[in-house]
Design a protein around this ligand. Structure first.
Ligand code: SF4
Length: 434
């Protein structure tokens, strides 16, 4: 059943338990409005104003200087803007009531604080929400699309954020891995995903929660951020670091670093640096306990084999029983799900404060794997639990809208693939006919 979402209807916040009416809600809405566009009037198509989102306080100060704000006022003005951008969540300079009209106009003429354009917003039967977002062209490039996913649970709401458009790595269980890398996202585009989600969910003071939305019944609606969407975050280190500094800034979005997790496929030389400079929680996309198999599932393993990866994990700054590394393990039928694999997993993680996340494989069109049988997943989990690891089986979320782990791929890429497949099918039919 397809249901349109009224994007503007104000609605009192609803809890998970109260949301029975949201059952079977599957909504998809293409948003034709270009309200989010920030093109400079009179500029060549695709030319955009620089964004103030995602800048450090120092960079924001320099931006203010560039429009004529006196240096002695900078600290105060930066604090004002920071409040509007990240506490109040405004997306338009005209709403900054305590900033003079003259300065608002200067800022609006030179910069943007617009949200990314929403191409589609889909809501799964389980309340998972996926946005396809479009960002303007950078330089000579084209506009790009990425996916951001919100997963509501009782007591928490997790936002899965993308760091790249496509990916250079080709993990064979991952849909994004079939899409070539187009470009890295910038810090404003990474922070923009968080701002947009909070807007759409009603997690800013003036924003309303959409009718029927499934959200946690108390606390912040976006309580956790995982850098686990499209791309390898450690291949876009500087932008991810800058973005997470803004997301965790105590006077703005104020998400604790313990609630931010960076997931890597295993870019070993950057792991220690990530811990030292970002200080967020670490997740490793592990999926195999032997190099031969991991070389196939996560090909970066050929460059940085398990021994090096695990050594980097042991050396992760701040590692303790209270700050464990999460090891992600996708359950692939007959590939990595034997009890011998479970025992080897326990063995190789010895001495590392760790959590193991078992992820039932989420299939996608053309994927070469099947999800392990549920009984086998439970046996595997038991073996790992008996060794003293908390190893929750991650309930598949958002499968019906291709929002689950490993299923992300930009909509335009999906459409292009569909077109290529139809052309290929037509060509085969033509050849067969003639
Ligand atoms: S799992 Fe992550 S690193 Fe591997 S292909 Fe997918 S997006 Fe890239």
């Amino acid at each position: 059943m397809a249901v349109s979402i009224d994007l503007k209807a104000p609605q009192a916040r609803t809890g998970l338990a109260e949301n029975v009416q949201a059952e079977n809600l599957l909504a998809e809405r293409a948003i034709a409005s270009k309200a989010a566009s920030s093109a400079v009037p009179g500029a060549a198509p695709g030319e955009e104003k620089p964004s103030l989102i995602g800048l450090s306080r120092e960079e924001l100060g320099e931006a203010l200087v560039s429009v004529g704000v006196e240096r002695r006022q900078i600290k105060m003005r930066v604090a004002q803007l920071w409040q509007w951008l990240y506490v109040r969540g405004v997306a338009d300079f005209s709403q900054m009531a305590n900033v003079s009209k003259d300065l608002r106009e200067k800022l609006a003429a030179a910069f943007t604080i617009a949200r990314p354009e929403i191409v589609t917003e889909q809501v799964s039967v389980d309340g998972t929400r996926k946005w396809v977002l479009r960002f303007p062209a950078k330089g000579a490039g084209r506009p790009v699309e990425i996916e951001t996913v919100y997963i509501p649970e009782e007591g928490r709401g997790t936002l899965c954020v993308s760091s790249q458009v496509g990916c250079t790595l080709t993990c064979t269980f991952c849909h994004t891995g079939t899409q070539r890398l187009v470009r890295n996202l910038t810090a404003d585009e990474i922070v923009g995903q968080v701002l947009l989600a909070r807007d759409r969910l009603g997690d800013f003071p003036e924003a309303a929660t959409p009718a029927g939305a499934i959200v946690p019944s108390e606390g912040r609606l976006v309580s956790n951020v995982v850098m686990m969407g499209m791309g390898e975050p450690l291949y876009n280190f500087d932008a991810v670091k800058a973005a997470l500094a803004v997301v965790s800034d105590g006077e703005g979005l104020a998400l604790s670093k313990r609630r931010i997790t960076l997931s890597t496929s295993g870019v070993v030389p950057m792991i220690e640096k990530a811990g030292a400079e970002m200080g967020v929680m670490l997740a490793i996309s592990l999926h195999a306990v032997r190099d031969e198999l991991r070389d196939e599932l996560v090909p970066i393993n050929k460059k940085y084999p398990l021994k090096d990866l695990l050594a980097a994990c042991r050396a992760y700054p701040g590692l303790s029983n209270a700050r464990r590394i999460t090891f992600e393990y996708v359950m692939l039928k007959g590939v990595n799900d034997s009890l011998a694999d479970a025992k080897a997993l326990v063995q190789i993680l010895k001495g590392i404060p760790a959590k193991i996340n078992l992820i039932p494989f989420n299939p996608w069109p053309g994927s070469a794997y099947d999800c392990s049988d549920w009984d086998q997943i439970e046996r595997f989990a038991d073996a790992v639990n008996q060794a003293g690891y908390a190893s929750p089986i991650r309930t598949p979320r958002g499968r019906d809208i291709f929002a689950a782990c490993g299923q992300l791929k930009s909509e335009s890429e999906r459409m292009r693939k569909k077109d290529r497949d139809s052309l290929e099918a037509a060509r085969v039919t033509e050849l067969a006919a003639g």
